[in-house]
Design a protein. Structure first.
Length: 383
């Protein structure tokens, strides 16, 4: 049977391309569970987290049950190519849905972009019964969730992550946010999506740089849980399967289920992020941006050095080398770390490890101690 054509009509408003598309149907079924050595018992994903073909079926069922007044799909210039597959897979996606397209990259996580999106939603008659589907990587998930959480005091939203980073990190846990004043994720909320669909098929066209970014978060999960360390360092993109993703995301899901608002144990998920976010902000300001996961990998080097785990840091270095930091950059990075949202009482806080699989949050790090570890990573003995 011949498949119907997919028709696009283009509109332009507030700098975003708004498109309409026909749909096709799909029927499928899948069940998932995962067990991790770091936690007792069997970890089951929440009802909102669905994998593979079962996830497509779950999203289609959500569209049928919610009957949203309007459906919007947020994409960026890279992930718009994933749209035909998604649209053709959802029998109950309304034919008159609209697409909001933003530029790829961290530059889109800004208030000006958010304001433009709010304007578009108003112009297209979005009400509190509208649904926003975020189809993209970490930026699209962060931005889209923030837009949905704040528009008319909150509309429903769904994450369909298309990058490894978004699958194992950004789409899970309920955090969203924008960058502000040159600092990462300074404005945002905690708000869970109605559903997360993790479909590994989207990874088939993932660039190598984006693979590394997602791998960085998987390495972080391994260091926190102790599961699959150091084997995780040798993982290659062609080896990533649904099981690999589900095992990694289960680490975050378990911690989030215990501490959704990050009042305690969830803070260990910030391993590598105090330095990583600072480095990411610095590179963005320099016009030489790096991916979030690549910055986190450098942050893991720093966390392992501060933890005194030289053997683990050397293993990480064999997979992803430490990139030396200049003295000028060191001063800038320290100041950026001082502005980190996870700090308390003006003190810079790091997540450290007493050993692999045993993280501890809330560690106060002085500048002298930090500089000593930085010098060691740079191959110098001076502080």
């Amino acid at each position: 049977m011949a498949l119907p054509e997919i028709h696009f009509s283009l509109h332009f408003k507030s700098g975003f391309r708004i498109r309409e598309i026909n749909h096709l149907s799909v029927n499928c079924e899948f069940k998932y569970s995962a067990e991790m050595s770091y936690f007792s018992g069997v970890i089951m994903t929440k009802p909102t987290l669905h994998f593979g073909e079962a996830g497509i079926q779950a999203l289609d069922a959500l569209l049928l049950s919610k009957t949203p007044s309007k459906v919007f799909i947020l994409v960026d210039g890279n992930t718009s190519q994933c749209l035909p597959f998604l649209a053709q897979s959802l029998a109950h996606l309304p034919a008159d849905f609209e697409i909001l397209e933003v530029d790829p990259g961290e530059e889109s996580k800004e208030l000006e972009v958010a304001a433009n999106l709010w304007h578009v939603l108003l112009d297209y008659g979005a009400d509190r019964n509208a649904l926003l589907i975020n189809l993209g990587g970490g930026v699209v998930c962060d931005l889209g969730a923030f837009i949905a959480s704040t528009f008319k005091r909150g509309i429903s939203f769904v994450h369909v992550p298309t990058s490894l980073l978004a699958m194992v990190d950004a789409s899970v846990g309920g955090k969203n946010g924008l960058n502000f004043a040159g600092l990462k994720n300074q404005i945002g909320t905690f708000n869970e999506p109605d559903l997360v669909l993790i479909e590994p098929k989207f990874l088939e066209t993932l660039p190598e740089s984006e693979w590394e970014s997602g791998h960085g978060e998987m390495i972080k999960h391994s260091l926190i849980s102790g599961h699959n360390w150091p084997k995780i360092l040798g993982l290659r993109s062609a080896q990533v399967k649904l099981k690999t993703i589900s095992e990694s995301v289960a680490v975050k899901e378990k911690l989030v289920s215990i501490d959704f608002k990050e009042a305690g144990v969830r803070k260990v998920l910030n391993l590598g992020h105090t330095f990583g976010h600072a480095l990411e902000s610095l590179r963005l300001a320099q016009g030489n941006s790096i991916t979030h996961g690549s910055a986190v990998i450098q942050g893991l080097h720093m966390a392992l050095a501060l933890s005194g785990l030289a053997d683990a840091q050397q293993l990480l270095n064999a997979a992803y080398s430490w990139i030396p930091i200049s003295d000028v950059e060191a001063d800038l990075l320290w100041e950026l770390q001082r502005a980190d949202k996870k700090n308390e009482d003006g003190m810079v806080k790091f997540v450290l490890l007493s050993s692999v699989g045993h993280p501890k949050y809330g560690n106060t790090i002085t500048k002298d101690r930090w500089c000593t570890s930085l010098a060691a990573l740079n191959g110098r003995k001076d502080g």
